[in-house]
Design a binder for this molecule. Structure first.
Ligand SMILES: CC(=O)SCCNC(=O)CCNC(=O)[C@H](O)C(C)(C)COP(=O)(O)OP(=O)(O)OC[C@H]1O[C@@H](n2cnc3c(N)ncnc32)[C@H](O)[C@@H]1OP(=O)(O)O
Ligand SMILES: O=C(O)CCC(=O)C(=O)O
Length: 384
C-alpha cells in the first residue's frame, strides 16, 4: 500500500479518558467522562481508551456508563497483565483490551522483579485469555523505547502468535526523537503484520513529532489526548495529530476539525488544566496578530502569515494593537472604529499604544483608542 493510502487509514485511539486522566490532579466526574466521549465520537474519533477496570467498582461503573451510550466507536480499556486486572476488564462491554506489560530490562527487573522469559510467557497467556473471552487484544508494550529492540520484536511476535490484533509501542518516558522513533517503528513493522499503535509522551516536547514519525514508519494507530494532557508533560495532542496529518502528510482521517476547539474547552474545564494561550491549534491567541509586518501582511492577504486557514477550526484571524504594531495596523484599527488617521497621526498614536502596552501588558480597548485619537487630534490642532 502506498504511503498516502496508508495515512488515510491512520486511526486515532484517543486516551484522554485513560492517560489524559492520569495527569496529576485530574479526575473526571462520570458525567464529564460521558460528555467527553460523546464529543469525541461526534467529531469522528473512531476509537477511545476509556479507563482502567482494575481500579475498582467506581471506575467500572464509569466505564459502563460510557459503554451504555452505544457510541459508534470502538472502546478499549487498559489492564495490567495480571489476574486481578484481567478479571475486572472482562466485566466490561468493550471491543478491545489493552493488556500492558513492561518490556525494558530496567522495568522488567527493577519494577516487576521478573525476567524476559516471564514477560514472553505472560504475553502468550494473557493474549490467549483475552481472545478466548471474545475480545480483540492489543499488547501495551510499556517502556518500549528503552527496550532492547531484539527483545521488543520477540514480544511483538509472541503477541501476534497468540492472536493480538495490535501492539502498542509506548515511549513511556518521552525519550525518543523523530529519527529514532522512525527507526524503532520501521524495525517493528518489518517484524510483525499486526497493527502498531504509537503512544508518545511529551517530556522533551516531541510527542507530536514522534507520533507523526511513527505513522510515516508504518504505525497504523496514534494514541492521543485532547490538549495533550496526560502523565507528566502529557501525550501527543489529538488536535495536533489530526491537523499535522492533514497538512504535513496530506491525509484527512475523518475527524471534524471544526469541533476541536469546543472539545478542547470541554476537556480544559473538566480537567482543570487551562490551555496556554499559545498552545498550537486550540490556544486562544494562536490566530491573533500584533506585529506590524505581520498585520500588514495579513490585511493584504491572510495567506502571507497563515500556516493553515483558521476556518478549518471554525476560527478566524484577529489583529490587535500593541508594542510591536506598525502604522498599517493603527490605521486599520481606527478605520474599524470609523476614525481616519493620517500617516503622521498614526505615528503619534503608535507611541501611545507602545507606552500603553508596556504599562498595562494588554491591547488598548476601543475606548482607550478613541482617547488616543482625541489626544493626537488635539495636539495636531485638528480639534482646536
Ligand atoms: C505507564 C502507564 O501509564 S501504565 C498505567 C498506569 N496507570 C495507573 O497507575 C493509574 C491507575 N492505577 C491504579 O489505580 C492502581 O495503581 C492499580 C489499581 C492499577 C494497582 O493498584 P495496587 O494493586 O494497589 O498497587 P500499585 O499501584 O502500587 O501497583 C504496583 C503493582 O503493580 C505491578 N505492575 C505494574 N505494572 C504491571 C504490569 N503491566 N503487569 C503486571 N503487574 C504490574 C507492580 O509490579 C506492583 O506489583 P507488586 O505489588 O507485586 O510489587
Ligand atoms: O502499556 C501501555 O498500554 C502504555 C501505557 C502508558 O501509558 C505508557 O507507557 O506511557
Amino acid at each position: 500500500m502506498d504511503r498516502i493510502a496508508r495515512y488515510h487509514q491512520t486511526l486515532i485511539n484517543d486516551t484522554t479518558l485513560r492517560d489524559g486522566e492520569q495527569a496529576a490532579g485530574v479526575a473526571f466526574t462520570p458525567l464529564e467522562k460521558c460528555e467527553i466521549a460523546k464529543a469525541l465520537a461526534q467529531a469522528g474519533v473512531p476509537e477511545m481508551e476509556i479507563g482502567i477496570p482494575g481500579m475498582g467498582e467506581a471506575e467500572l461503573a464509569q466505564i459502563e456508563l460510557i459503554t451504555d451510550l452505544r457510541l459508534p466507536v470502538r472502546l478499549m480499556v487498559w489492564a495490567r497483565m495480571c489476574e486481578h486486572d484481567l478479571r475486572a476488564a472482562l466485566c466490561c462491554a468493550v471491543d478491545l483490551l489493552n493488556l500492558s506489560i513492561p518490556v525494558s530490562d530496567l522495568q522488567i527487573t527493577r519494577k516487576l522483579g521478573r525476567s524476559r522469559a516471564w514477560v514472553l510467557q505472560q504475553v502468550a497467556r494473557y493474549v490467549t485469555a483475552g481472545r478466548e473471552a471474545g475480545y480483540a487484544v492489543s499488547v501495551g508494550m510499556e517502556d518500549a523505547s528503552r527496550a532492547d529492540p531484539a527483545f521488543l520484536r520477540q514480544v511483538a511476535q509472541a503477541a501476534e502468535r497468540a492472536g493480538a490484533e495490535r501492539v502498542r509501542f509506548a515511549d513511556t518516558l518521552g525519550v525518543l526523537d523523530p529519527f529514532s522513533t522512525y527507526e524503532r517503528i520501521a524495525q517493528l513493522r518489518s517484524a510483525v503484520d499486526i497493527d502498531i499503535e504509537i503512544h508518545a509522551h511529551d517530556d522533551l516536547g516531541l510527542a507530536t513529532a514522534n507520533t507523526l514519525a511513527a505513522l510515516r514508519a508504518g504505525a497504523t494507530h496514534a494514541n492521543t489526548t485532547v490538549n495533550g494532557i496526560g502523565e507528566r508533560a502529557g501525550n501527543a495532542a489529538l488536535e495536533e495529530i489530526v491537523m499535522g496529518l492533514r497538512h504535513l502528510h496530506g491525509a484527512d482521517i475523518g475527524v471534524d476539525t471544526r469541533q476541536l476547539p469546543a472539545i478542547s474547552a470541554l476537556v480544559a474545564r473538566a480537567s482543570g488544566r487551562r490551555v496556554a494561550p499559545g498552545k498550537s491549534i486550540v490556544g486562544e491567541a494562536v490566530f491573533t496578530h500584533e506585529s506590524g509586518l505581520h498585520v500588514d501582511g495579513i490585511l493584504k492577504d491572510p495567506r502571507n502569515y497563515q500556516p493553515f486557514d483558521p476556518a478549518e477550526l471554525g476560527r478566524a484571524h484577529r489583529t490587535v494593537l500593541g508594542k510591536h504594531s506598525g502604522s498599517h495596523a493603527v490605521r486599520s484599527a481606527f478605520a474599524q472604529l470609523g476614525l481616519s488617521v493620517d500617516e503622521q497621526q498614526a505615528g503619534a498614536v503608535l507611541l501611545r499604544v507602545r507606552a500603553h502596552a508596556t504599562h498595562h501588558k494588554r491591547a488598548p480597548s476601543d475606548e482607550e483608542l478613541r482617547g488616543f485619537f482625541l489626544e493626537v487630534a488635539e495636539s495636531s490642532g485638528v480639534l482646536s
